[in-house]
Design a binder for this molecule. Structure first.
Ligand SMILES: [Fe+2]
Ligand SMILES: [Fe+2]
Length: 290
């Protein structure tokens, strides 16, 4: 473990962000918007599970990293939640999909009434699921930091800043969930099992989320039915990650000598945060308003 993980305050102003924030490209807009549907409930769940793991951590350094991770994920959840409000103001009500996502994280993956041994199993299982998800959030975080074609397409600067600030912190804290998993358990069978379930579940949720948003978009009005060919076309333009890059990330995670520190570029991530308008805007807002 290296740098200290801690939440940063940010401030985003959404007034000028159009519904199709990748101009003329509702497919890419809504595929990426799916993150706003999934992350508030998902990241609140990370915090909820890790709070239960805290008493089991015997390494004080790791405990500090986990607390910092919880602070960052809690901040991410709030930032994405605001985008959901912005979507609603623009006539796209995300509630029906978000309710399903909340059911998944709060009920299906929530706390169940279990005997002590099963409670321990369920905690380890959920920590391992979070480590698997965090592998992909780090991969996607690095991808968005590098996604020049979205800037060239005229993507909204505030949305790009949200995605890059978040992506940069995902790269920064990429090892924490995995280190916690290793500290509490680290079973290879559990690593394989949870990744094998997590990968397909994420594809399913993102695909359905994108479809939901295109269907309920007041401008598109269901005229675009998303297909894999749309995805491949946009991936070819560099507006979404290639399927190859996403597929190859899975065997990397399952390699016996894997550690998340082998992934992503933390120096690049921290360099982005240093110039992130949302982070700087918060600082100047705080100076102006005390
Ligand atoms: Fe996050
Ligand atoms: Fe994360």
């Amino acid at each position: 473990m290296s740098n200290k993980i801690a939440p940063r305050r940010v401030r985003f102003s959404w007034e000028d962000t159009p519904l199709h924030w990748v101009p003329g490209d509702p497919f890419t807009t809504h595929l990426i918007n799916t993150l706003h549907l999934l992350l508030p409930a998902g990241e609140r769940w990370f915090v909820h599970v890790f709070r239960q793991a805290l008493p089991h951590i015997t390494d004080p350094l790791l405990r500090e990293q986990v607390k910092g991770f919880m602070g960052q994920e809690g901040t991410h959840a709030v930032a994405h939640q605001r985008v959901l409000e912005h979507l609603r103001e623009q006539g796209l009500d995300p509630a029906p999909y978000v309710e399903n996502v909340e059911w998944l994280f709060e009920r299906l993956l929530g706390d169940h009434t279990l005997p002590p041994a099963a409670r321990r199993f369920w905690l380890l299982e959920r920590v391992a699921i979070i480590a698997a998800i965090e592998h992909y959030t780090a991969v996607l975080g690095q991808w968005i930091l590098d996604a020049g074609p979205l800037d060239e397409a005229g993507a909204d600067a505030v949305m790009m800043d949200l995605l890059r600030w978040h992506g940069a912190e995902e790269v920064e804290h990429r090892s924490v969930a995995y280190d916690l998993f290793t500290h509490l358990d680290g079973s290879y069978a559990r690593r394989v099992r949870t990744m094998a379930g997590t990968g397909p579940a994420m594809i399913y949720l993102i695909r359905n989320g994108g479809r939901f948003l295109l269907e309920h978009d007041p401008i598109v009005r269901g005229r675009i039915v998303p297909k894999w060919s749309h995805y491949l076309y946009r991936a070819g333009q560099g507006r979404v990650p290639t399927l190859r890059s996403l597929a190859l990330a899975m065997p990397r995670y399952l390699r016996p000598g894997f550690h998340p520190s082998q992934e992503g570029d933390v120096r690049q991530a921290l360099a982005y945060i240093a110039v992130s308008p949302a982070h700087r805007e918060f600082e100047s807002y705080r100076r102006a308003h005390g």
